[in-house]
Design a protein around this ligand. Structure first.
Ligand code: UDP
Length: 329
């Protein structure tokens, strides 16, 4: 059984990844500082509480376990916060990642899978977005992701550290078994906020602008189920473990849903009224973000299993209904 170190494995995507790997005969080993993650989300494999900037701890983990690859989910992810506190984002997302990569090189661990983001593209000039779309991120968050991608290209060249960068569109949904889900504090993402409104935890959903150049005036996004993301990571891992070249891949469903469409689907699935009102635009929101994922389908053999928004919302609703206070329930 191969050991895979999952940094940020107590977070939303990392925790689902650990579970998915454990069902496929890999041993997930989780490292998380629990700043954003939850101890209760770590249900598979050994757990180490600590930071990726703690090189002593990393050395110990790499010495105690033969690690075949590292999957990196330990990043701050709020665009708005990154504008107000760029230092926090560059420190955590770039400097600490660099520290992790340096220990990997020292310990001769040669495979790395990186959670990147469609935020590396910035304002789209073409839809759907392919991997060679211009990369002009418009937030410090997006820039931290792009800088790490560039560091990884340089590390491949100089040290032979092979890597795959997975550029997620809108990760959503929850573990189909209902064991894991999305629990951010504060929550800023659309689907969990709409479902929290359905649970009566907030009076209404704010729709950030309805004057965008889209069919109903609200922003269009490409939502991808968390388990489809996990499967793409497994395929990326297997690509690296069979010594095929790395690179960057978009992960989305190539289909966009507007904010109003998302709210409608949530009303249908929950059977609740879900009040919503239009407010000011949120700054930095492009009108439409839709992925082309042809490259991932072609090179990785990836095919989403849960592409429809109904299933994405259903799995998320099961989690939120059963865990109204998240992992603190
Ligand atoms: N959004 C909204 N109200 C909210 C949260 C989000 O209208 O309370 C919109 C947001 O402007 C964007 C879409 O929903 O167009 C998805 O936002 P989210 O924060 O979930 O993901 P992002 O696309 O920013 O990664």
């Amino acid at each position: 059984m191969k050991n895979i170190l999952i940094v940020g494995g107590a977070g939303y995507i990392g925790s689902h990844m650990a579970k998915y790997l454990s069902t496929k005969d890999y041993m997930p080993i989780v490292l998380d500082n629990l700043v954003c993650g939850h101890r209760g989300a770590v249900k598979y494999g050994p757990f180490f509480e600590g930071s990726i900037s703690d090189s002593n701890l990393l050395q110990k983990i790499f010495s105690d376990y033969p690690i075949s690859a590292v999957m990196h989910f330990a990043a701050f992810c709020y665009v708005g916060e990154s504008v107000k506190e760029p230092a926090k984002y560059y420190r955590n997302n770039v400097a600490d990642t660099l520290a992790l990569l340096e220990v990997m090189v020292e310990k001769n661990i040669g495979n790395f899978i990186f959670s990147s983001s469609c935020a590396v593209y910035g304002e789209p000039v073409e839809i759907p977005i392919t991997e060679d779309h211009p990369k002009r991120p418009i937030s410090p968050y997006g820039r931290t992701k792009l800088v790490v991608e560039q560091i990884l290209d340089d590390f491949r060249e100089a040290y032979g550290l092979e890597s795959i960068c997975l550029r997620y569109f809108n990760a959503a949904g929850a573990d189909p078994d209902g064991e894991l889900g999305e629990d951010h504090n504060p929550e800023t993402h659309l689907i969990p906020l709409v479902l929290k409104t359905a649970l009566g935890q907030q009076p209404r959903v704010d729709i950030f602008g309805d004057d965008y150049p889209t069919p109903d005036g609200t922003c269009v996004r490409d939502y991808i189920h968390i388990e489809d993301l996990a499967r793409a990571h497994l395929l990326a891992l297997e690509r690296l473990l069979t010594c095929l070249p790395g690179g960057a891949y978009n992960l989305g469903n190539a289909e966009g849903y507007s904010v109003k469409q998302v709210i409608e689907v949530c009303r249908r699935i929950t059977g609740k009224e879900i009040p919503a009102s239009v407010v000011e635009r949120r700054s930095g929101d492009p009108a439409v973000l839709v992925s082309s994922s042809e490259k991932a389908m072609r090179d990785l053999g990836w095919k989403p299993q849960f592409p429809d928004l109904e299933t994405i919302v259903e799995t998320a609703w099961t989690w939120h209904k059963n865990n109204p206070n998240g992992y603190d329930t």
